[in-house]
Design a protein around this ligand. Sequence first.
Ligand SMILES: [Zn+2]
Ligand SMILES: [Zn+2]
Length: 413
Amino acid sequence: MAEKRDYYEVLGVAKSAGADEIKKAYRQAAIKFHPDKNPGDKAAEEKFKEAAEAYDVLSNADKRARYDQFGHAGMSGGFGASGGPGGAGGAYGAGGFTMEDIFRNFGDIFGGHFGGAFTGGGYGDYMGGMGGMGGYGGGRRVNRGSDLRVKVRLTLKEIAHGTTKKLKINKMVPCDKCGGTGAKDKDSYKTCPTCGGSGMETRSVNTFLGRAQTTQVCHECGGEGKVITAPCDKCRGEGITRAEEVVEIRIPAGVGEGMQLTVSGKGNAARHGGVNGDLLVLIEEERNPQLQRDGGDLLHTLNITVPTALLGGTAEVPTIDGKAKITIEAGTQAGKVLRLKGKGLPEINGYGTGDILVVIDIVVPAKLSADERKAIEGLDGKGAFAKAADGSATGPGAKSSQNIFERMRSFFR
Ligand SMILES: [Zn+2]
Ligand SMILES: [Zn+2]
């Protein structure tokens, strides 16, 4: 295969070209190389396809960014280039763009002249209602159910250890009466008379260029190649009914607010026994007033009394699985951080676990009884307090302990 040309070069626009400019360039190329203008000209057809492919990428912000960064390598399959619901998955695979893909996209470019016929009929309803068709490389199409979204609220404990949730979900499921086929019984089908079972039909479409031949998904059977002659009376021929289903979702440890998990195949069932959509699970975190999450670490503010700060002692701090006792050393300063190693949350990729960081705050009482006041005043004036406060104390901690005493003094003033 020949080296792929640069998409900007194909459309003859600068790398900085805006959306309108790109659209205009594509429109010109499409008209110039349109098969109807160049009957039997293979080179023109290739140019036509090349322009369509270039436009598909450059008109889409995500794809364009990826192309700008990685070039053609960023466009090949497996790089997240799936077409989305109803799209042609991996459009740039070996076969490249099909004419059908191109005409499908003409709707936006030519204001519906081309695309109109394609999406106007039952197929359009299909797309909206049921999640549309998944493209499987041409030929007969398989219906795909739409994706479902649910939110799951998790506690820190569930996030720390991972959990399994059973959710009752209201969704489309295969009809139990017809087994999802939509037909009354096994003889209630016939081969589609319009497309002869191929699922595709060739139609003439009026365009401003004259009449164009386009190959489209068959309007009668929706691409399935067969039609139901007697529909199932429970699902009225759809093959699906609405029901509640309990879905079990395994949530790995270390997930975070806003993450989305995909449970493949647990979304809505598709018409006539197609492929299920996916269940998209959005993670929400229940706020924990005691432990504030910071990535894998958890922050806890521990209030200790002035005597504990001065003399030391023990305190209890909350952890994910209960409480832990920690030792407060004599002379502990406000703002000191004690680290409980490995007591935080695991990384979702399994590498390492965060810590609990205990931030010390010293509570200075707002009111004192007369006795307390006397006791505190008794400490001041001659002893260690006074020395620390006037800066004459020496040794480690003397300087910062001054701050606390300064605060105490100004409070009593
Ligand atoms: Zn058909
Ligand atoms: Zn049924």
